[in-house]
Write a protein that binds this ligand. Sequence first.
Ligand code: FMN
Length: 378
Amino acid sequence: MEFPVNKRAKVMHFLYLNFLKPILFLFDPEDIHDLFTGVGSFLGRYALTKNITAWFFSYQNPGLEQEILGIKFKNPIGLAAGFDKNGLMTDVLPAVGFGFAEIGSVTGKPCTGNTKPRLWRLPNSKSLIVYYGLKNDGAEKISQRLSGKNFNIPIGISLAKTNDEKTVTTEAGIADYLFAYEKMREEELGDYYTINISCPNAFGGQPFNDPARLELLLKKFAETKFTKPIFLKMPPDLTETEVDQIISLARTYKISGFICTNLTKDRGNEVLKNKIKDILPTDKGGFSGKVVADLANNQIKYIYQKTKSEFVIIGCGGVFNAEDAYQKIRLGASLIQMITGMIFEGPQVVSEINQGLAFLIQKDGFKNISEAVGVDNK
Ligand SMILES: Cc1cc2nc3c(=O)[nH]c(=O)nc-3n(C[C@H](O)[C@H](O)[C@H](O)COP(=O)(O)O)c2cc1C
């Protein structure tokens, strides 16, 4: 569907698809990711460059504003964890039009990640294969970097355990999550926290998908008497029984919501096979974008149906346009996160999605986006 979007966004979309993307896609995806992080960090450093960026990208509409868990969101579109791993871009992200952003995943210790290459594009499948393995500067350095900053949008901090053999035991893994969390708390950083239990690329797998281990982890978080909302970042490859067990633990330990979902790594999944339209360059890593979209939607639908408004759901996976975002919202997501859509469609897509959402809610007779949450899933 074509949406009424402003001329600026239209021109930038045309330029990105026809000129910039064909050049960017000639180069190694991780190099381009690093380049964008560098450019973003530079643009965020000065008032002038920030204002120019905002002139190109920003869009506001009161119908998109929500207050959720005491946090004010100017629009529901957020940057998912994994793009700004080290908190280098927080100054520019509001100017790009994001309503919130999640940094990290941040681990207890610095992590160099897995061996390169570790990021691949699947252009026909509109997906990426990600095998970074939680590369990041570590909680100490990132908390120092962000200390005392005034963020213009809500910031989430994604926490994970350091990707090495030292954190493989349950106790060491939990201590590592907690260390990262405490470092961030010491600097009073973050409007909410996410416990990432779903990185498909870490040493020792995803041990905290197991309910017994997850309970130990959540118990430790509960002992910190946290006051800011905590989300769980869900793997898309869980059975309904496994999701039920996580919901039950989330209830017990006062988790505020779920991010549905992370990358999928279940290559045997029939749903996945039908989505992959490229020859796979590797047997490692997890898939983002359109490959994971249906799995994410199914999980949003399932959790919302089971829990209604008891938890806040952040929908994530394969959002490329306003219809994709609206579908997740109508299934039960209050907020949306994205990365891959922005890489394939260009940074103006954030503003385009927000403009499209404003159009869609008006068309459906809603005054505010929150009224659309879950309407297809009653
Ligand atoms: C390059 C890249 C790095 C990622 N790193 C992380 C990460 O560190 N932590 C995390 O929770 N999710 C990570 N993800 C997963 C995303 O947050 C998101 O769940 C997934 O990509 C689906 O969204 P998308 O289709 O909009 O990209 C990463 C994704 C990409 C593409």
